[in-house]
Design a binder for this molecule. Structure first.
Ligand code: NDP
Length: 272
């Protein structure tokens, strides 16, 4: 029997990208799932992918809402328990940056961008965990946060996003240290560049997207692995970290999954 059969997972931000791929992998492994996002149409596509991966319709709960809304966070945890009776895995994947296309860099970018970015990537996770922890304590479950390679100390075009993910890394450590005493393991995966709709979700227009794709194609050549990540690459790591039978010994860690990008950055910065 698979570790995840009869287990229940919530994947936030599963209407697209990494969250969607993760949901499909959980479905393939026999987990019951709550999938969430703001876009009804794309969330329905994820639902279909989960069914295609082997899930039964009654084993998927589909809820639309914004993780910045405390009432929605309470609701999707409560409804998961009402429907499935337990919670074993919480994947805090929903996240976004606010791209500034006016040429402003660093702290010239408006503080309102900072507030939005922190709200989505950090405050929402604290909020969701407060609701989920009592249930995860009962199941001796796991939390996997989706952070970013961008949390590392280097210059970013989205400085507040880099700061938010750095705060999330610290949140992972702080939660891991206290929650392991209640039997809950907390870790994070920190992806490098992954081919998703992230820039669109974060406010880029189609033209901007095309420009970024060209840049990404050049950028991919500088990644030691020779390619950008796929959502499934990250999903597999999330399942590994959520699976106590595989990764029980890993607690409070950030697993950087970037095809060697950070390694290269550090080598370049030393002129080697
Ligand atoms: P996508 O834009 O493809 O997916 C983001 C998901 O998060 C969507 O399902 C989106 O829902 C959801 N989401 C965003 N904001 C909110 C919100 N306020 N409330 C509810 N749901 C929200 O991007 P990725 O799959 O790439 O991003 C997933 C995670 O991976 C994020 O945390 C991101 O920071 C992280 N990451 C991504 C990298 C990349 O290169 N792609 C690199 C490093 C980290 P909807 O579309 O329905 O609004």
């Amino acid at each position: 029997m698979n570790f995840f059969s009869e287990k229940v997972a919530i994947v936030t931000g599963s209407s697209n990208g990494i969250g969607r791929a993760t949901a499909a992998l959980f479905a393939k492994e026999g987990a019951k799932l709550t999938i969430t996002g703001r876009n009804e149409e794309t969330l329905a596509e994820t639902h279909k992918l989960c069914i295609d991966a082997g899930a039964k319709g009654e084993d998927i709960l589909q809820l639309i809402g914004d993780v910045r809304d405390a009432a929605f966070c309470e609701q999707f945890v409560r409804k998961t328990i009402e429907k499935f009776g337990q919670l074993d895995v919480l994947v805090n994947n929903a996240g976004a940056a606010v791209f500034d296309f006016t040429g402003k860099t660093g702290i010239e970018q408006p503080l309102s961008n900072y507030d939005t970015t922190i709200d989505v990537n950090v405050r929402s996770i604290i909020r969701i965990c407060k609701f989920a922890v009592p249930h995860l304590e009962k199941s001796k479950g796991a939390i996997v946060n989706v952070s970013s390679m961008g949390s590392s100390p280097f210059i970013s075009p989205v400085p507040y996003y880099a700061m938010a993910k750095a705060a999330l890394d610290q949140l992972t450590v702080q939660m891991a240290g206290t929650l392991i005493k209640r039997g809950i393991r907390v870790n994070s995966v920190n992806p490098g560049a992954v081919a998703t709709n992230f820039a669109v979700t974060s406010g880029a227009t189609k033209d901007m997207m095309e420009q970024m794709m060209d840049t990404m194609a050049d950028y991919a050549k500088t990644i030691p692995l020779g390619r950008t990540g796929l959502p499934e690459d990250i999903g597999k790591i999330i399942l590994f970290l959520a699976d106590r039978s595989q990764s029980e010994i890993i607690i409070g860690q950030r697993i950087v999954a970037d095809g060697g990008t950070l390694l290269m950055n550090s080598l370049l910065s030393q002129n080697i």
